[in-house]
Write a protein that binds this ligand. Structure first.
Ligand code: ATP
Ligand code: MG
Length: 793
């Protein structure tokens, strides 16, 4: 919508303007607001902006609750202007225009400006990729699987569901015109084949890679990124204008002025500036590091400093290895100039995958050798010296980060300082384990979204900690850290990552002596992995075998909370097998256990199970009473059960209560409960719960014969299922779609769709919990279509 503000009264307004405004006012496409003075205009603007922003925010929220839309672009916005590169951008553009260039690698040594160039060209061409331009930073990844997972996270807004991320990506990008920018690919070269495969499956996809080395896969087009252009060499005097024709000199001057506002390039220093840039091979990063020192040295001193440091390396051909040496020396030089404390802080932060100031400080406090070092000041001056950058995290707060080349250097330095490396890494792992637990608690509170972004910001650090404990074989720590990581992946719908963590820990456990403790932890883990497997892949024979084994194990373990979890699974198993008397017994045991423990979450879940069992036996009133108690005893601030998978219990309770209230004759209350279930799932930002609520809302719509609503909820369900690759919900969504078509009079096509959903479901070895619902819907569809025999069957 367009909005025009007009000053009224406005005695001096030109007649032609008045006429135009009158015309605009007549058109319906523009809103029109009068204001009297500046104060009123300010107020109007800020109100309207607030409204616009909330609308935007709501729209974004709607998207992220999972209707499966691909977000448009997440390209970073550089803080400073691009210097030079006109010709390079043109050549690169021409290369990307040619049909066969779908995998282009920007290659060059560290600090040449590959990332900067990739961001620039991607931004310039973003409009050619209507389905999005995605920037993926691979610098924290160490293997193929990790690489595919981050790519999937960037493209498919919240996790890749359970199937392999690569397959999920193929699915998501198959018919899309999109650009993927994969930054720092040299970290994960083995992922090259996977990316090449992705390109084969997705004809509209273009991949732009930055890497210190070529990928060496078929159809790759390597584009070597040259350093910045240098001034014409040779003359002892250089006119300022001539010097400034060189991009390298421009960059130096710009960064030098940012550092010391009184710096300027003059006839007197132009030749020295040019000499510095030349000695630094026109490498942007090296130039930035040198320019950061202009308040320490006069320009001719700076030139001599660098000369001593770099001249040793001169003489060979100017190929890549030499440039690498140049950069290394520039970083080394910069490092040598640091004070002892600053150098220590640089080593310290090499242990972090980017960090907030508070976390760096907290880690430092845990390391006795760092006593007396002012981390805050150290970091501040490292930022001034361009060795560390200040960026913003996904949660909007400032963080520190390092360019990969500098981090590599600093990591070497840390490793060579033996008295520092081990305690720093240990402290880092300890601190981030605690931080993860703290964030996990926030996941259960109202600030869930913020906590999730914060966790995503820290994912690199959490995984560094995880690897540290893995290497040390610290089972307890791993177990502690597993919960929050599991919670994060679960919230993002990334069950595959959660299962992988569980399996890694099980591997470590297998190497420990078989104590009672180990058995207990193993048992809990087995259960969690089983539940995650069931939630995402269904009752595979493997999952069922693992569950039965776990149930047997539970006898020996004697951990009440976990016994509760196991019993819940057992109740489900009995219900599925129509062993209702047994299910009833288990429900009673669950209730007793929960009363005994005085645990509101357990109590709520036990009532939910008891209610479900009653409902299955058509004891509506009793069932409803249990479910209402479940909702009442549910306490949102209580930590939820360990490694929760599947829908949120309150969403389940509300959705079921809705259906039962309809059965017992309270349609209004039924609608209210169903709406509340949907609302709650959205508030939780939990796609699996949303799926659950949507499906049950559609069942209610079906009973109300509101076919439009069935279709709408079914389509929403399909959207969530696609976005998170929930195979079960996809099948159910298709069956709902078919039923809605039958209901609206399109019997043949509708029944065909129902059958399609069924065969999809058959192929899945899915949780049998959904069979009754599926059959119910199919029977209804068949009956409506007049196929009574089929319906009875
Ligand atoms: N043309 C340019 N204009 C302005 N600044 C630039 C330009 N090229 C590079 N830079 C700056 O130089 C530094 C190094 O560039 P960049 O990070 O793109 O290098 P890289 O080749 O990606 O390095 P790495 O291999 O370590 O990832 C960055 O701070 C970047 O912003
Ligand atoms: Mg880079």
């Amino acid at each position: 919508p367009r909005l025009v503000y007009v000053k009224r009264p406005a005695p001096d307004m030109e007649p032609r303007l008045a006429e135009m405004l009158a015309r605009v006012q007549d058109e319906d496409s523009t809103s029109y607001k009068p204001f009297a003075d500046a104060a009123e205009l300010t107020r109007l603007l800020s109100d309207d902006l607030a409204i616009l922003l909330t609308e935007r925010f709501d729209a974004a929220g709607r998207q992220s609750t999972g209707q499966g839309r691909v977000p448009h672009s997440n390209l970073p916005v550089p803080v400073s202007a691009l210097i030079g590169r006109e010709a390079v951008l043109q050549d690169l553009g021409a290369l990307l225009d040619s049909d066969d260039a779908r995998l282009v690698t920007l290659a060059g040594p560290g600090g040449t400006g590959k990332t900067r160039l990739a961001i620039e060209i991607a931004a310039q061409r973003a409009s050619r990729y209507p389905d999005g331009a995605f920037f993926v930073d691979l610098s924290a990844e160490r293997d193929e699987a990790g690489a595919y997972a981050v790519i999937a996270r960037a493209v498919i807004s919240s996790g890749a569901g359970d199937s392999q991320p690569l397959e999920a990506l193929e699915e998501a990008l198959r018919d899309r015109r999109a650009l993927l920018v994969l930054d720092n690919f040299e970290q994960v070269t083995t992922a090259a084949t996977g990316v090449a495969g992705l390109l084969q499956h997705c004809p509209g996809l273009t991949v732009l890679v930055t890497s210190r080395e070529a990928l060496r896969v078929r159809d790759e087009r390597v584009f070597p990124v040259p350093p910045l252009a240098l001034p014409d060499a040779g003359s002892a005097t250089l006119a300022v204008d001539d010097a400034l024709e060189s991009a390298a000199v421009q960059l130096f001057v710009e960064r030098a002025v940012a550092m010391a506002s009184d710096f300027s390039i003059t006839e007197g220093n132009a030749a020295d500036v040019a000499a510095i840039c030349e000695r630094l091979d026109g490498l942007p990063l090296a130039i930035e590091l040198a320019a950061a020192r202009v308040n320490l040295f006069a320009i001719d001193e700076l030139r001599d400093q660098l000369a001593t440091r770099l001249d040793v390396l001169r003489g060979g051909p100017r190929d890549l290895p030499v440039r690498q040496q140049t950069l290394r020396s520039a970083i080394g030089w910069s490092n040598d100039l640091l004070s002892d404390d600053e150098r220590t802080v640089l080593r310290l932060i090499a242990a972090f995958a980017g960090a907030r100031l508070a976390d760096v400080d907290a880690v430092a406090r845990r390391v006795p050798v760092l006593d007396g070092i002012d981390v805050v000041e150290g970091l501040g001056s490292l930022v001034d010296k361009s060795l560390v950058r200040s960026i913003r995290g996904l949660d909007g707060r400032p963080r520190f980060s390092m360019l990969q080349t500098i981090r590599d250097y600093a990591t070497e330095q840390l490793d060579s300082a033996v008295e520092l490396a081990a305690p720093v890494r240990q402290a880092h792992a300890e601190h981030y384990t605690e931080r993860a637990l703290q964030l996990q608690r926030a996941l259960h509170e109202r600030e869930r979204c913020v906590a999730l972004s914060a966790m995503e910001d820290e994912l690199g650090n959490l995984r560094t900690a995880w690897d540290h404990w893995l290497q040390a074989g610290e089972v307890d720590r791993l177990h502690e850290l597993l919960e929050p990581l599991w919670g994060f992946h679960e919230a993002r719908g990334d069950y595959a990552a959660a299962i992988a963590l569980g399996d890694e820990l099980l591997d470590v456990l297998a190497q420990q002596p078989p104590t009672a403790d180990r058995r207990r932890v193993e048992y809990a883990l087995h259960l969690s992995v089983v539940r995650a497997t069931v939630a995402a892949r269904g009752f595979t024979p493997d999952a069922e075998r693992r569950m039965r084994a776990a149930l047997q194990q539970s006898e020996n373990v004697g951990d009440e909370r976990r016994r509760h979890t196991t019993l819940r699974s057992l109740a489900t198993l009995h219900m599925i097998q129509r062993e209702f008397a047994d299910a009833d017994d288990v429900a009673r045991e669950l209730l007793a256990l929960a009363e005994d423990q005085q645990d509101p979450t357990m109590l709520s879940e036990s009532h939910l199970v008891a209610g479900t069992v009653s409902i299955w036996r058509e004891g509506w009133t009793e069932g409803l009473a249990h479910i209402d108690t479940a909702v009442e005893s549910f306490s949102p601030s209580a930590p939820s059960a360990l490694f929760r998978v599947g829908p949120h219990p309150e969403v389940v309770s509300r959705a079921l209560a809705g259906l039962v209230r309809w059965k017992v004759g309270f349609p209004d209350q039924a609608a209210h409960e169903s709406a509340r279930a949907l609302e709650l799932a959205a508030e939780l930002g939990h796609p699996y719960s949303t799926s659950y609520a949507l499906f049950h809302a559609a069942l209610l719509d079906m009973w109300r014969a509101d076919w439009k609503a069935v279709a709408a909820n079914g389509e929403d369900l399909l959207g969530v299922a696609d976005a998170h690759d929930y195979a079960v919900w996809r099948a159910l969504g298709i069956v709902l779609r078919g039923t809605a078509m039958v209901g609206s009079g399109d019997a043949d096509a509708g029944l065909a769709e129902v059958e399609r959903g069924f065969s999809l479901y058959h192929g899945l070895a899915t949780p049998p919990v959904f069979w009754p619902s599926m059959l119910l819907v199919r029977a209804q569809a068949s009956a409506m279509a007049g196929r009574l025999d089929d319906a009875l069957e």
